[in-house]
Design a binder for this molecule. Structure first.
Ligand code: CU
Length: 328
């Protein structure tokens, strides 16, 4: 896999610094920013501001110095692509994606003047009518199904994508291909089952296999690509919803679950094979902060210079200095 050559340099140069504070707290010390709302509850003005900020990102010049990057969107997507074989099927899956949601939210706020917080797609509300979801509204949302072809309605009709698992020099379009069957994994029965998990290990596996798979497979097309799925802007609403579900689970027993982390650092052999992933090398595993193949609070979350790296400990509390968010 060619992109791994870039990995070593990136990880080593991005030293394992403590996270810098991204948000200002008011004088009481209470986090008052980043009230993350369901897309379904945003006003049309709020929706338009978010969509405009995403379009802004797609039109901003790149700034990380990669010669292949055509715009800032490519760089944001790359942050996920380059380490797909160490952020999926592992214990760090939920924490890494939590920080990645913050990176995206922070970049919208600081580089595209976005004044809101990252919205989420409350997917359970749409299990009976996926295609009818307001997120797919071409006027106010992300455009709709395209049955595997290029998306032809909504603000991302012209979106050109460049990064795949195998190259950063591709030119291809955003696609969607709905599956109402797979989407049923987002239903309340599955959410209840995951919520009833008693350990992080049990919880992350349940959330990954049910609501997480439901969003990726239900929307299909680009969203079904385990590597390049952040290319569909809907990815960020989907993963923020997943993060909300994890936070709900944490809140059910906060004193224990603010520190409850576990899992492996290397995906299962079957998972690597199924996705054509290479086994992560020492340039990754020697720098992840964990001495063994067990995920701990010291585990480093690599952000590829989009924002500073952090540890899992830094993101466990959604209300903390780093994420500073609230789901409303
Ligand atoms: Cu991912």
């Amino acid at each position: 896999m060619r992109f791994l050559n870039l990995f070593a340099a990136g990880l080593l140069s991005a030293t394992l610094t403590a996270a810098a504070p991204y948000v200002k707290r008011n004088e009481t010390g209470i986090c008052t920013t980043n009230k993350r709302k369901a897309w379904q509850n945003l006003s049309d003005e709020e929706k338009a501001e978010y969509i405009d900020a995403e379009l802004c990102l797609m039109n901003l010049p790149p700034k990380l110095g990669y010669n292949w990057a055509k715009n800032r969107w490519d760089e944001v997507v790359y942050g996920h692509v380059v380490q797909s074989n160490v952020i999926h099927d592992v214990g760090a899956f939920l924490p890494w994606h939590r920080l990645y949601m913050r990176a995206h939210e922070y970049i919208l706020q600081t580089e595209c003047n976005y004044t809101g917080a990252q919205p989420y797609w409350e997917e359970v509300l749409d299990v009976d009518d996926l295609a009818g979801s307001v997120v797919f509204d071409p006027e106010t949302g992300f455009g709709g199904n395209s049955n595997g072809s290029c998306v032809t309605d909504g603000p991302f009709t012209q979106l050109q994508l460049h990064i795949t698992q195998y190259t950063n020099y591709a030119n291809y379009c955003l696609t969607r291909d709905f599956s109402t069957t797979i989407y049923q994994g987002a239903n309340q029965t599955h959410l209840d089952e995951c919520y009833a998990s008693t350990t992080y290990e049990e919880a992350w596996m349940c959330y990954v296999s049910s609501p997480h798979t439901a969003g990726h497979g239900g929307v299909g097309g680009t969203m079904l690509d385990v590597v390049a799925s952040p290319s569909d802007p809907l990815f960020f609403l989907h993963h923020t919803n997943l993060d909300r579900l994890w936070w709900e689970w944490q809140q059910a027993n906060l004193s224990a679950r603010l520190t409850d982390i576990s899992g492996r650092n290397v995906p299962r052999t079957s998972y690597l094979a199924q996705n054509n992933f290479t086994y992560p090398g020492p340039e990754i595993l020697d720098y992840d902060g964990d001495p063994y193949n067990v995920t701990t609070l010291n585990h480093t979350l690599w952000m590829v210079d989009l924002i500073p790296n952090a540890t899992i400990a830094d993101v466990m509390d959604l209300r903390g200095e780093l994420i500073c968010a609230e789901y409303v």
